[in-house]
Design a protein around this ligand. Structure first.
Ligand SMILES: *Cc1c(COP(=O)(O)O)cnc(C)c1O
Length: 374
């Protein structure tokens, strides 16, 4: 059987169209360092996302590392353990101490009510994540940041295109960081970006991703090499043409899941908030073992045995990895909600080209294993 269903499958641009752009690149022989397609992609991406300034990166992790450098963040930073490990690694690479704060159970985002208690004189910033693309409580977070003079950098790796009340959520905080990795809603194979509010900050970001070069002879800081190349930019330009359709297809799949699974006892989903243009990046379900009649891990393994490869995003918590486990804030008693959620979650397969047959197969499988179907 080769019908393996993975949690995601990337959308690729039309190969003939991509070949046309490659021919151009072969003729120009300008492969990286802000080429023609790179400039065009930045412009069109900013327009599509509804943001004033954006800088392209080779990946989301280096964009996160650089975002902290751009704002000269030091000391301690408040962040969430319920994320992909790169969120905290970006702090580690900047020699910053992560301070983990618990999440709220509804959207699995950093709980603003618990942030203040974690602030110390060394705290300089907050690094929240819009988990699954659902917006954090950005007003509450900004309010705390303003009162304590902290910067806010959003890890918006899941939040491509998400709008709240018609406004891009990427415009909140001081900076937002995107990932265009192959597994994300919008991919440039590998890739990422930083969104900022003003031209001077964009300049600084662009210097820092190119070794710190301001011009031929001036190096303003120890920057890194995190530039996106011309081939990825061309690929990204084509992806922009189809991303809206892709999101629409994800929405349809998400609705079929919701309808198919809603009667099952012991399975919870995240409610879609009002006034949101959502991207349907993930379809997480949360298993209540007693109600469902089987543990999350048992269901996860059973799905796998049947070629359905969901993922436990996010388990284990970042605070459980050896590098971070010893921190005071990594104590599980400090992170009760995050631990509970991490033990309940499975992200089910969702991607634009998923077939209806596979979707029905997954839903039936989950229904079949529930001992308490009403
Ligand atoms: C994917 C992801 C990243 C890392 O992005 P890369 O482009 O893979 O380096 C960072 N944070 C979160 C929350 C992610 O999901």
């Amino acid at each position: 059987m080769d019908n393996k269903i993975y949690v995601t499958q990337p959308t690729l641009p039309n190969l003939d169209e991509f070949s046309e752009l490659l021919k151009d690149i072969w003729e120009r022989k300008w492969l990286t360092n802000n080429g023609v397609y790179h400039q065009e992609f930045e412009r069109k991406l900013a327009e599509y996302l509804g943001v004033p300034f954006i800088s392209l990166f080779s990946n989301g992790t280096l964009a996160l590392v650089s975002a902290l450098q751009v704002l000269n963040i030091k000391g301690e930073v408040i962040t969430t353990p319920y994320s992909f490990v790169a969120t905290t690694h970006a702090l580690w690479w900047n020699n910053i101490k992560p301070v983990f704060v618990d999440i709220e159970p509804e959207f699995c985002n950093l709980d603003p009510a618990k942030i203040e208690a974690a602030i110390t004189p060394k705290t300089t910033a907050i690094l929240p994540v819009h988990v699954y693309g659902n917006p954090c409580n950005m007003n509450a977070i900004q309010d705390i940041a303003d009162r304590y003079g902290l910067k806010v950098i959003y890890d918006a790796a899941h939040a491509f295109g998400v709008k709240e009340n018609g406004k891009s959520i990427l415009n909140f905080g001081d900076l937002s960081v995107l990932s265009f990795h192959a597994t994300k809603v919008f991919n440039t194979i590998e890739g990422g970006a930083i969104v900022c509010h003003d031209e001077n900050t964009k300049k600084r970001i662009d210097y820092l991703k190119n070794f710190g070069f301001e011009n031929e002879t001036t190096v303003i800081a120890p920057g890194i090499n995190a530039k996106m190349n011309e081939l990825q930019a061309a690929y990204g330009l084509l992806q922009l043409k189809t991303v809206e359709d892709d999101i629409l297809k994800r929405k349809e799949i998400s609705e079929i899941y919701r309808n198919g699974l809603k009667e099952i006892k012991g399975i919870r989903f995240i409610d879609e908030p009002d006034n949101l243009y959502y991207n349907y990046a993930y379809f997480p379900i949360f298993i209540d073992e007693k109600e469902y009649g089987m543990s999350r891990d048992a269901l996860y393994e059973k799905l796998k045995d049947n070629n359905i490869f969901g993922r436990r995003y996010f388990y284990p918590l970042i605070s459980q990895f050896p590098t971070y486990k010893g921190l005071d804030s990594a104590n599980p008693e400090n992170l009760l909600v995050a631990h509970k959620v991490a033990n309940e979650v499975i992200c089910l397969p969702i991607y634009p080209d998923m077939t209806n047959d596979n979707l029905i197969l997954i839903i039936k499988f989950i229904i079949k294993h529930n001992s308490r179907t009403t």
